[in-house]
Design a binder for this molecule. Structure first.
Ligand SMILES: C[S@@+](CC[C@H](N)C(=O)[O-])C[C@H]1O[C@@H](n2cnc3c(N)ncnc32)[C@H](O)[C@@H]1O
Length: 313
């Protein structure tokens, strides 16, 4: 199988992780192992890389790449959701980590595999699962969730202003027959959004597809769950690098950093701090790192990426 995915901000992530050759590192989004290969290369015989992905196909391709990496470092791969990080480490009898990488979202391989139904450009079954061992998919969501639930998903995760109308159209169509393909969904979205509003901006289905994918994979929930767990499992001076691809994800990471950075929450003017804020982390870069112009020329899919790096104090 050819697994094609260009790692985003590879140099920046590797520098950000500040890899020690005998350290233990967890890549929670192994994907095509683009980042992991470079982590593994920097490890010595006592170093360990744990690669996690919820997509078995990605894991299989990644194992081949990692096996062929010239290194003295060791690696293990695990099929799981990264939100299970605590259980994953417990099973492996690992107490703490020196670095964690999360490169969120879908891989190019997933996007480009037509039958997985992530793209509105092709006609495919409505699937969108990253983990194909789970039964819940886009088809089930669209055919069984209430109109209100569907509208909320499209509004919140897609930031789509026509969300209620799209949900309305979806429910009208499914009354007559099940909605089962991406083309059917695209046609429904096009019918729901007035022609004038469709003329400008991105493809009219872009936001709705993003929203449904996020809901099917519980992407924001998993991110909210993993951040405190992962951070607590870091050794002192351990680093966590997170690459986000849209503002909803970045907001969750920013919010987490704000909670742990220990900024005083006392009302202004109070003579002495009473909130006992504890500084648990430092940000390696005050602003998120974004891809260089050179990288963007070579990888259009990196355009919305933001990398935040924190160190445990
Ligand atoms: C953007 S790709 C990572 C690419 C990888 N860094 C590389 O350079 O090859 C994201 C990968 O993370 C996986 N993934 C996304 N969310 C996940 C989660 N909650 N738990 C485990 N894997 C996840 C996806 O299945 C996908 O393979």
């Amino acid at each position: 199988m050819i697994f094609s995915h260009k790692p985003v901000m590879l140099k920046e992530c590797i520098e950000g992780l500040n890899i020690k050759e005998d350290g233990v590192y967890l890549d929670g989004t192994l994907g095509g192992a683009g980042h992991s290969v470079e982590i593994l290369r920097r490890l010595g015989p006592k170093g360990l890389l744990i690669g996690v992905d919820q997509d078995r196909e990605a894991l299989e391709a990644a194992v081949e790449k990692l096996k062929n990496t010239d290194t003295k470092g060791r690696f293990i791969t695990i099929h799981s959701n990264f939100e299970n990080i605590r259980q994953i480490l417990k099973t492996q009898k690992i107490k703490a980590l020196d670095g964690i990488l999360l490169d969120l979202g879908v891989s190019s391989h997933q996007l480009d595999t037509e039958e997985r139904g992530f793209r509105y450009q092709e006609n495919a079954p409505l699937d969108m699962r990253m983990d194909r061992s789970k039964s819940f998919d886009a088809k089930e969501l669209l055919n069984t969730w209430s109109k209100e639930q569907i509208a909320a998903v499209i509004h919140e995760y897609g930031e789509e202003k026509w969300a209620v109308r799209i949900a309305d159209f979806i429910c009208n169509v499914r009354e007559k027959a099940e909605i089962s393909t991406t083309s059917q969904l695209v046609d429904i979205i096009k019918a729901a959004i007035p022609a004038q509003a469709r003329r400008k901006g991105p493809h009219p289905a872009k936001r709705t597809f993003q929203a449904i994918r996020i809901a099917v994979n519980r992407e924001l929930e998993a991110l909210k769950n993993v951040l405190p767990e992962a951070f607590d499992l870091l050794n002192t001076a351990g680093r966590m690098c997170v690459i986000t691809f849209h503002s909803l994800e970045d907001r969750i990471v920013k919010q987490f950093i704000r909670e742990r950075i220990g900024r005083c929450k006392c009302p202004p003017g109070i003579p002495k701090c009473v909130c006992n804020a504890v500084r648990e982390l430092k940000q390696i870069n005050s602003k998120p790192i974004t891809p260089s112009a050179d990288e963007l020329k070579q990888n259009h899919r990196a355009r919305s990426a933001k990398l935040r790096i924190v160190e445990k104090l």
